[in-house]
Design a protein around this ligand. Structure first.
Ligand SMILES: [Zn+2]
Length: 338
């Protein structure tokens, strides 16, 4: 009768298949590497192969070594006399082990993961401990568009910073259209002249705004000369309102990589001002003109209205004022009340 499967086993095995090559879990030639029952060593699949005493259910490679040297037959399988077949099998074993270790040496110390797996009796909470080790060893998954950005950016973004970008973009605005716009920017959703040229070779790869440079994603969003005035005006206003000087860096503007803690930045006015500025770029995606400061103010106002509504419903006006005070001051300065 088949024993009932443990509920955590499938998840554990799935993770193991993902991370099995990580050396901190189990190196290529671990001390537990199987010699018997190993499909790569057909003679060793015989149950009686050399009749070597083993501690566990199978012969592992560390058992074939003494002081980090392959053990002689006399200590591996002590007998009073050996048949020619025994010598032949020992030669098969030494040939297999030497060929195996010619590329990677045997590691004789067990990892924490291997130790946990072999403890008898197993320690308490062994499954949770194994699962935590597997999770901490798994590589963070990054979407495929990250590598496209990395190949296009003059200064690639580190893995940690990508984590920060995803964390900020997940809750970057209460406005779903702004949130969507941010996600589309990150995921390179918009078609560029370069991409269209690859799909339709008769179309030009040049930027349709400036008609001079290659229309890459970064160019269309940031470095196009037609956008230069727009970005410099916006950033001057942003510096005036928030006191934050961006240094004209696309890392900060496009990717929200500001030198502030993520939670502080998420509740700052700066985030909304930059979101509004970016949301206007796709609105004029195939036009030759850049967005204007007036349009930017309207876009920020749409976000502010939504925030005001949200915080008033939540009865958290203090939070709203804390974020939006300097924006209101900016508007008053531009058009003082009569
Ligand atoms: Zn251009």
């Amino acid at each position: 009768m088949r024993s009932p499967e443990h509920p955590t086993a499938p998840q554990l095995l799935r993770l193991w298949r993902e991370v099995r090559s990580r050396p901190d879990l189990s190196p290529d030639i671990s001390p537990l590497y199987p010699v018997s029952h190993n499909p790569d060593f057909p003679p060793g699949r015989q149950q009686s192969f050399l009749d070597i005493d083993t501690d566990g259910p199978y012969l592992h490679i560390a058992r074939c070594y003494t002081d980090k040297e392959l053990s002689p037959l006399t200590s591996l399988a002590p007998r009073s006399a050996y048949t020619p077949l025994a010598y032949f099998k020992y030669s098969q074993l030494t040939h297999f082990v030497r060929r195996l270790t010619s590329t990677a040496p045997v590691r004789f110390t067990m990892t924490v993961f291997e130790t946990l797996c072999t403890m008898d009796p197993p320690p308490t909470h062994v499954l949770s401990s194994l699962y935590s080790l597997l999770l901490s060893s798994s590589q963070p998954k990054v979407p495929s568009y990250v590598s496209k950005w990395q190949s296009e950016l003059p200064d690639p973004i580190s893995e940690d910073d990508w984590g920060k970008i995803f964390s900020i973009n997940k809750y970057s605005s209460m406005s779903l259209s702004v949130q969507l716009s941010n996600f589309k920017l990150l995921s390179r959703w918009y078609l560029t002249p370069v991409r269209l040229h690859r799909m339709f070779p008769q179309s030009t790869p040049q930027c349709w705004r400036c008609l001079a440079d290659t229309g890459t994603y970064l160019h269309l969003w940031w470095s196009c000369p037609v956008l230069a005035t727009y970005w410099s005006e916006i950033l001057a206003h942003v510096a005036d309102i928030t006191g934050f000087k961006s240094g004209n860096s696309y890392h900060l503007i496009l990717f929200h990589l500001v030198p502030l803690p993520v939670n502080t930045y998420k509740t700052s006015l700066l985030l909304h001002l930059l979101n509004a500025a970016k949301s206007l770029i796709p609105r004029k995606w195939k036009q030759t003109a850049a967005p204007t400061v007036k349009e930017w103010i309207e876009a920020v106002e749409r976000i502010r209205t939504l925030e005001e509504l949200h915080y008033s419903l939540e009865n958290q006006y203090q939070k709203y004022f804390k974020t939006w005070f300097w924006w209101s001051e900016f508007l008053l300065k531009r058009s003082p009340p009569p």
